[in-house]
Design a protein around this ligand. Structure first.
Ligand SMILES: [Zn+2]
Length: 339
């Protein structure tokens, strides 16, 4: 069965030292300190060590073959967004990353589907890059759950969503820049608590801000099975009912109406939770995802889903049909039948 992993991250092996190039800021750069490993440095601060599978396209294809997964949807690592930078510098950095992904997709069209990144701090520039992305074969964009702490329903971001709908580009909303991060450094809480909350913040902002009402054809996926949104939908819907004066001020439609309207990935690490997600979303809005190559991902790609007692139809939805719809792609493009 064709399997498409809808949520993976990749970087170019070599990137410019943007802090030196632009003369300010703690941009990320890579230090290849030993074979097969690199340190991601934020300014002079160590951010995270990554392995060769974060940049080596062929190694990734081999690792994926172990899990009989042929296709990876690739996007950058959220820390690269650089929404805090000067807009033109962020555009230049985004274009570098986007061109790398476009080249990868050109070289391995049956193994990689690309998502770009755009300077969300400047919607006008972001839209020009969206138009370019469309031309170079990129299927969508990844954006943060907030943009410099502003929610996604802010009017200034609307032209980006509008352009995505018009151009038919998919949107992946990924948690980052986690709320409360500074107050909860211990126990990896920004990742364990902050990230699911961030994603719910993004879903709620887009629903309550009426984005899905204004742009019904916009195809949005929320990472990590929508974070804490689906597990707390009861509370959110009840809040909408009991305090419409606070919640329903920009959109009078019940948040439950949007279940199954957007996509989520399967990154739950928990079959019971995935069953619940499938119930709420319908299997045609749930996609195989891994968050590869990071340790908090489901790195045994799709294995727990294989082990679940799901029908063939549901597995086909999760493993490729949902993703193909989200990306507006055809199955034939990723199988040998046509090529
Ligand atoms: Zn991720």
């Amino acid at each position: 069965m064709l399997k498409i992993d809808s949520h993976t991250h990749i970087l170019p092996k070599k990137m410019p030292n943007w802090s030196e190039k632009f003369g300010y800021g703690d941009f990320i750069y890579l230090q290849h300190h030993k074979k097969g490993f690199a340190k991601m440095m934020r300014g002079n601060q160590f951010f995270r060590e990554i392995k060769e599978n974060a940049w080596n396209a062929e190694l990734r294809i081999k690792e994926y073959a172990k899990f009989e997964t042929q296709v990876q949807v690739v996007c950058t690592i959220p820390v690269m967004f650089s929404y805090w930078a000067k807009p033109l510098d962020c555009l230049s950095l985004s274009q570098f990353l986007n061109d790398h992904i476009a080249k990868l997709v050109d070289k391995y069209p049956q193994h990689y589907i690309g998502l770009g990144t755009v300077p969300m701090q400047d919607a006008e520039l972001a839209v020009t890059e969206l138009e370019r992305l469309k031309k170079i074969g990129i299927k969508g964009i990844q954006i943060g759950s907030n943009i410099n702490d502003e929610n996604l329903n802010e009017e200034r971001f609307y032209p980006v969503f509008q352009a995505c709908e018009k151009l038919g580009l998919a949107v992946l909303v990924h948690p980052w820049n986690m709320m409360g991060e500074k107050k909860m450094q211990r126990y990896w809480l920004p990742w364990l608590v902050g990230m699911p909350a961030e994603t719910s913040r993004a879903v709620c902002s887009m629903i309550f801000g009426g984005i899905f009402e204004k742009l019904p054809k916009l195809r949005v996926m929320f990472a990590h099975a929508g974070g804490s949104f689906l597990p707390t939908i009861g509370r959110i819907a009840h809040g909408f009912e009991c305090r419409p004066d606070l919640v329903a001020i920009d959109n009078a439609i019940d948040p439950r109406h949007y279940l199954g309207k957007f996509w989520v990935d399967s990154v739950t690490h928990d079959p019971m939770m995935l069953e619940y997600v499938l119930k709420l979303q319908g299997s045609n809005r749930v996609m195989l995802g891994s968050d590869y190559p990071f340790p908090l991902g489901d790195l045994e790609i799709g294995r727990f889903i294989e082990d679940m007692a799901l029908t063939k139809q549901i597995k086909e939805d999760i493993f490729h049909l949902s993703a193909l719809e989200w990306l507006d792609s055809k199955k034939e493009d990723y199988t040998d039948q046509k090529k």
